[in-house]
Ligand binder design. Sequence first.
Ligand code: UDX
Length: 448
Amino acid sequence: HPDSSRIAVFGAGYIGLVAGACFAELGHQVAIRDIQSERIRLLKAGDVPIYEPGLGDMLARNKDRLTYTLDAAEAVAGADVAYICVDTPPTPSGDADLSRVWAVLASLTGATHLRAVVVKSTVPVGTGARIRRALDDSGLAHVAYASNPEFTAEGRALEDFMRPDRIVVGADNPAAARLVRSLHHGIPGPVETMDVASAEMVKMAANALLATKISFTNEIAALCEATGADITHVTRAIGQDHRLGPHFMNAGLGYGGSCFPKDSRALRALAANTGYSFQLLTAVIEVNELQPRRAVQRLKTALGTLHNRTIALLGMTFKPGTDDMREAPSTVIASRLLAEGATVTCWDPMARPQPDTHPWNLTDRRPTISEALTGADAAILVTEWPDLATTDWAAHRHLMNNHTPVLYDGRNHLDPATLHTAGYTYISTGRPTPQPQTNTTPSHTPPA
Ligand code: UDX
């Protein structure tokens, strides 16, 4: 291909593997480097170390354009561009830990052929300027720097990469912007070109605004509970206003995952470091942290106590369609329930096993929904897996340890009337709880 480049991708995680696969699909020659030998071994053997729909097929059909290595020098040998896609986990201060980014940069010193270093990892605003200085100081002053943040959501990452709403490129010179743009040839959609700091800010601000929409919805849902309104009607009608849009207005247990919690805390920390208190974002974070605790409290009220009760958690991943457990609300719910003296069983079709100290290891993971429900006093639907919508709830009720077991729907995934008819005490978020049938004859007729 005339526009094809040689790209070294650093990091074989969710961001790097998706970017690497998509760049190969676009015709580029891609070398993917990771420091975890197990990951590289799996990739070389044709396996995918993470779950992302379609990723395995895309890597397989482009295998002639993809190589995998543990060796940074080998990855950059002959590369035109180095794409940094390593993780930037939070530190105790809320700042991002950039040590993996610096380690990659240190390994580039011999890369004489390199024309640009591009960061896709989410980094605090100002990181690009620091990287520019580091490149200049290590004899790579001729190498351009660009920021190319990713906006892909897990579970639909390939589609988001290949058909994005926009591509954002922040570059320190026009040639670098053109280079990054040319790597995306064949991808439809607008390219927004700007300075590096603005591109870094776009990523953090976009995630913060999406998080704000979710927390705002959760607060309206709490008011719906207090007033008898139904959040699903409210958000559907609000979302038809084209200025607001219908997305990210599902009330429930709040946002989790690798981006929103970390990035909103990082932006708040960035503000605080400049002496500015980002009050709106602080409230967004606080509302989100409240959601799983509030759910456990509402369940406790419904059951009278959680002590010695068995609670089934249905879904563990932070959202359906992924194996990712990072910042999953299920983790907080499990440890809260355990702290209240409950026994916890759980089901998830895909959740990755967690390290030893994780609360999940104190819960009893079962292979099917029915086995998770067997003997439980109540269940919490934590992740809206499609299997839970097609479950025969009337039949499953008899497996449970209670005549009218509590089903707490943390994602408004099920139909209240159906669950009520199936015999559950059904509780959801921001929707009226179906009441037992009573004589509905009005006691008086209001005046016409
Ligand atoms: C997100 C962004 O969408 C993406 O642009 C960014 O690059 C990374 O972070 P992701 O973390 O994969 O992607 O998940 P997303 O589908 O956006 O959901 C985030 C969380 O918000 C999930 O826990 C989800 O359950 C929750 N959510 C989402 C809600 O609680 N309500 C909603 O209405 C939408």
